[in-house]
Design a binder for this molecule. Structure first.
Ligand code: SP5
Ligand code: ZN
Length: 341
């Protein structure tokens, strides 16, 4: 299958994130994409294409204009206030407080974010737009008749919601592509999220809708980031009720548990009968992932790809997480090769 990739991902190169009570080098680093594209080339997965230009228009189909405007100017506002180093928020809203947009950059960062793991840098805006363009170019390929395509997105997207960023994500690439399919004439789109972390942004964006189903298999939010969404009883709201599925697994889950959840996910997906599948492809479920606690092995990723292929739908793979950097390429490309087998 074809891969969409751009070097512009390097423009997001954060220095540090707050994790385990310490400022540590960012786990979400440019080397991740280098390893991924190297594996795609080594394995001769297929042609590698540069993204087309789409600008901010498709981003504005799922994100609020004030949020998009904020990300465009956040770095400059931060530099004017503090100087030229990465921007991180320091505090967030608590129950009983009022969600009013502050005037100053520190307040705006707090307003539009949900963690201190996602630094805004000089290149964040351009990298995030480029990542969305990688997703949209993959969307166009699949819409144009490709059975599968791999959008090698970086930075990732599935934690970003309609008006917030966090979890290393700025724009929700999978949601942007899913909306792109809808706008291009698809009646029903399913987002299948296999990243270790719950796809809270994707769920938030589509929760009240029945045209884009979200299904996520992830570490139980009772134990794991992002903690406040992704519980099994969340099934959608209004027209969306019954069109959103969460399959949380406990820390330590290995293929036995994972494969069972994937069967459940694919059964519900198939019943929905989408025109197209968007896969939020995180491989931080790997046994050696440094920030995660599932136990998947290299060969399990082939099984994930095969299970997705069995649905028999055109499928767009959107890269999300995975931090065992040196083995990232093996796991992600195994999913794609399992799909193609
Ligand atoms: C796209 C994606 O995978 N984002 C993940 C964001 C995770 N943020 C930090 C989670 C912290 C979990 N605790 C780490 C323990 C390591 N010792
Ligand atoms: Zn993740």
């Amino acid at each position: 299958m074809k891969t969409i990739f751009t070097e512009d991902h390097r423009l997001q190169d954060g220095k540090a994130e707050l994790i385990d009570g310490k400022l540590m080098p960012c786990f979400e680093m440019p080397r991740r994409a280098e390893i991924l594209i190297a594996r795609v080339r080594d394995q001769k997965l297929g042609e590698v294409l540069a993204p087309e230009k789409f600008g901010a228009d498709p981003v504005l189909r799922v994100h609020k204009p004030e949020f998009v405007r904020f990300l465009e100017t956040a770095w400059d506002e931060w530099v004017a206030q503090h100087g030229s180093y990465d921007a991180l928020p320091l505090n967030w809203i608590a129950p009983g407080m009022r969600r009013l947009l502050p005037e100053t950059i520190d307040g705006k960062l707090s307003y539009f974010s949900f963690d201190a793991g996602t630094p805004i840098t000089a290149g964040t805006w351009r990298a995030a737009i480029a990542s969305a363009e990688v997703a949209m170019t993959g969307m166009k390929l699949v819409k144009g008749g490709e059975r599968g395509a791999f959008s090698l997105c970086r930075p990732p997207g599935h934690h970003a919601g309609s008006d917030f960023y966090g979890g290393y994500c700025f724009f929700n690439n999978a949601a942007i592509a899913a909306q792109g399919f809808r706008d291009g004439g698809a009646a029903r789109v399913a987002i299948l999220d296999v990243d270790y972390h719950h796809g809270n942004g994707s769920q938030e964006i589509f929760y009240k809708r029945d045209d884009v189903m979200t299904i996520s298999i992830h570490a139980d939010p009772k134990q794991e980031f992002p903690f406040f969404l992704g519980h099994a009883d969340e099934r959608g709201e209004g027209r969306g009720e019954g069109f959103h599925l969460n399959l949380p697994l406990r820390w330590g889950a290995a293929w036995a548990e994972y494969g069972h959840a994937l069967d459940t996910a694919m059964r519900r997906l198939t019943e929905f009968s989408p025109d197209v599948i968007v896969v939020s492809l995180g491989v931080d479920t790997f046994e050696k992932d440094p920030i995660s606690k599932f136990k998947l092995k290299h060969e399990d990723y082939l099984r994930i790809g095969e299970a997705i292929a069995a649905a028999g739908k055109p499928t767009l793979f959107i890269m999300e997480g995975g931090y065992a950097v040196e083995e990232l390429g093996i796991n992600a490309v195994n999913v794609l090769q399992g799909f193609e087998a």
